[in-house]
Structure formats: structure tokens, C-alpha cells
Design a binder for this molecule. Structure first.
Ligand SMILES: *Cc1c(COP(=O)(O)O)cnc(C)c1O
Length: 379
């Protein structure tokens, strides 16, 4: 019995809808299925405007263009995140100011943000790690007080909430991912959410290679042309068709993932009580989406040993996110590396367990038993 870390789940309807898209004879972007997906998100979450993109990375790059990031502008970003959260702004010449995580959670520590703000600060980017909400009231207040853009990297946060409100609805702009490692997938894929009405028109233009093609197709203008910077950020109908099949099954997918999450939590709580490791911390204000399950180990050595032990039993557990402030690229760009001990702590100690729709309760029990066995052998 070999248990991999991730396995993309297919609802069965994906190829039917792709075939439909092909038969409709329109497979470039913004056709029938793209519109269905946009409507789905706008209705379900009340987002002002949604635009599918080819990845979350693309959505973040669009966000950086939309808020007019210029060379020497500063953008505050957590260090414990995926490279795209930072790269999108680096591409526009921004200086990245890395913020630390909370002591007991990888999310950005709201209390550490304000001291990083300077007259050059343009935006704050938050990342809802594991689909668990950042403290959006506190962060929203800081952004407002200093007149900064707030951007949510909500790549992992579809169907997550902060005080009952969907994540993705707090930022001026928010970015989601449908990469095959996320809850809802389309292979590669993403979405930009525009909550600030003033940016909607320009977002459509930037996504369509800097042309006003979208307005042309709606009949608002009689010819379209080059009006702004832009790129090709929109996905084909084939990707949107795939995505729509997933969205139709979102309730089922989420229910299954929550079952898996709860079972891990129950099976492993004994290990936390014994002080072997920490389980994910869920804040009172956060309703998470069962995106992943992780443990926080006591040291980097113990984590390495645990991963090796699991591998010897054919279980693939992985760690991720090496603090970006210590990355070779960032080091080559700056003269001063800040001290971000919490980010480094999660870099060293966090381990992710296998997590996917088709993971069976038997496989899960085996994983949890193996973990507990590792620790009891160690004494
Ligand atoms: C997955 C992920 C991304 C990148 O998403 P893509 O769709 O692959 O571009 C960005 N940020 C975070 C936090 C992610 O987890």
C-alpha cells in the first residue's frame, strides 16, 4: 500500500464538458463555460467581479499591474509563502518587505505589520495559509489607516470564511488557484477577484493583452484597440469547462475533505496531548476549508526523521515553504536580511500529510498509527 501526497480528484463530468466546449466551436477564452464559472463565484460568494486566469500567479501579476506598483514601491508580504506571492510584485520592480508569521500559526502576524510601513509602502499582501483566515479586521484597519492596497493571496482559501464572510472578499483584489494540488482544480488555473469597482474595467483590459476587446464584445464600443499595458491572462474554454465540472461538485468535495481533516485531527490529538507535535491551530474567527493537514514538529531533525520513517512505510509526507527572506534570490537583491523567527520556525518544523479526496479511512488510520508509532519508539 503506497500512499502518495496528492492525487487530483475528477468528478467524472470534466471530459463531458470539455467535449461540449469543443462542440460549441469556441475554445478560446470568455465563452459559455467561463461565464458559468464567473457567475458561480459571484453568486456563491458575493464577489463584485471575477475573472478566470491561467493561474493564481497570473492573478497576482494582474493585481500588481492594477495597483500600479512602480520601482521602489514597497509591498509587505509574509515570508512563509509560495514564491508567487512575492514574484508578482518583484516583476514590477517593487521592493519586498517581509513580515513574520504568528508564533503558533504560519499566517502573517497582524501586530508586526504596522512597524514595517514607510512612506513608500503601497500594499499589504496576506496569505490565508491552509485556507485558515488571517486576522482580517486588524489587517483591514491598518490598510485603511495608512491608505494602502490590501491584496489577498487566497490560493488555498476557496470556501473559507472570516467571521462568516468568504475569504477573497476582503482585499481590493484577491487571487485564487485551481492548480491540481488545491481543493477545486483545473490542472493549472486561477482567478482574480476585483472587489474595488474602480478597477474592474482596467482588469478586463489588462487580461486581454491591453485591449478593450471585452467591452467590444459586449457592444459597448464599435472597434477595439490597444489602450493599456497587458498580457494574455485568460484561460481557454477547455480549462473553464473542466473547472465548471468541479464547481458543480463543490459541496461533495468539501464534505469529503472535512471528513478527512476531522479524522486526522481526532486520530492525532493523542500525540499532541503527549507533546509530540502541534496540530493545526484554528482561530475562533476562521472557518477553514480543509485544504491541508499539517503537523508542527519539535525540531528540524525530528521532522526529517519522521518523513524518512513515513517513507519507509510507503507514506509520502512533505514539507514546504522555505522562508523567502532567506532565499538565494532575495539575498542577492538586498543588503539586509530581517530576523523573522516564526517564519523560520515553520520552515523547519511543519510537515504536510497526504490529503486528497480519495484517501480512505483505512489509509488515514495507517498514516496516523505510523506517526504515533514513530514517536512512541523514540520515547
Ligand atoms: C498554490 C499557490 C500559489 C500559486 O498558484 P498557481 O495557480 O500555481 O499559480 C500562490 N500562492 C499560494 C499561497 C499557493 O498556495
Amino acid at each position: 500500500m503506497k500512499i502518495g501526497f496528492n492525487k487530483p480528484y475528477f468528478t467524472g463530468k470534466e471530459t463531458t464538458y470539455i467535449k461540449e466546449a469543443v462542440e460549441k466551436g469556441h475554445i478560446s477564452g470568455d465563452g459559455f463555460f467561463t461565464k458559468k464559472c464567473h457567475q458561480f463565484f459571484e453568486n456563491r460568494y458575493g464577489f463584485k467581479k471575477c475573472l478566470l486566469t491561467t493561474s493564481c500567479t497570473d492573478a497576482l501579476e494582474m493585481a500588481a499591474i492594477l495597483i500600479d506598483v512602480k520601482p521602489d514601491d514597497e509591498v509587505i508580504i509574509p515570508s512563509y509563502t509560495f514564491v508567487s506571492s512575492a514574484n508578482a510584485f518583484v516583476l514590477r520592480g517593487a521592493k519586498i518587505v517581509f513580515a513574520d508569521s504568528e508564533a503558533y500559526h504560519p499566517n502573517i502576524d497582524a501586530h508586526q505589520i504596522e512597524k514595517l510601513i514607510t512612506p513608500k509602502t503601497k500594499a499589504i499582501v496576506v496569505v490565508h495559509y491552509a485556507g485558515i483566515a488571517c486576522d482580517m479586521d486588524a489587517i483591514g484597519e491598518i490598510a485603511k489607516k495608512h491608505n494602502l492596497f490590501l491584496i489577498e493571496d487566497a490560493a488555498q482559501a476557496i470556501e473559507s470564511f472570516y467571521k462568516g464572510k468568504p475569504l477573497g472578499s476582503f482585499g481590493h483584489l484577491s487571487a485564487f488557484s485551481f492548480h491540481e494540488t488545491k481543493n477545486i482544480i483545473s490542472g493549472e488555473g486561477g482567478m482574480l477577484v476585483i472587489n474595488d469597482e474602480q478597477m474592474i474595467k482596467r482588469a478586463e483590459i489588462i487580461r486581454e493583452k491591453g485591449t478593450n476587446r471585452s467591452a467590444f464584445f459586449r457592444g459597448e464600443i464599435d472597434k477595439y484597440g490597444w489602450v493599456d499595458v497587458g498580457s494574455s491572462f485568460l484561460p481557454s474554454e477547455i480549462i473553464a469547462a473542466f473547472l465548471y465540472a468541479q464547481l458543480e461538485n463543490i459541496e461533495d468535495i468539501q464534505q469529503k475533505r472535512h471528513q478527512i481533516w476531522q479524522k486526522y485531527y481526532q486520530d492525532l490529538s493523542e500525540g499532541e496531548k503527549k507533546g509530540y507535535f502541534l496540530l493545526p491551530k484554528i482561530f475562533d474567527y476562521a472557518k477553514h476549508n480543509a485544504h491541508m493537514f499539517y503537523l508542527v514538529c519539535r525540531s528540524v531533525e525530528e521532522r526529517t526523521d519522521l518523513i524518512t520513517y513515513l517513507k519507509s512505510k510507503d507514506i509520502q509526507a512533505v514539507f514546504h515553504y522555505l522562508s523567502l527572506h532567506k532565499s538565494p534570490f532575495h539575498k542577492s537583491q538586498v543588503s539586509h536580511i530581517p530576523l523573522l523567527p516564526h517564519s523560520d520556525y515553520f520552515t523547519d518544523t511543519l510537515v504536510r500529510l497526504p490529503f486528497y479526496y480519495e484517501l480512505t479511512p483505512e489509509e488515514q488510520s495507517f498514516i496516523s498509527q505510523t506517526i504515533l508509532e514513530f514517536y512512541s519508539k523514540k520515547g
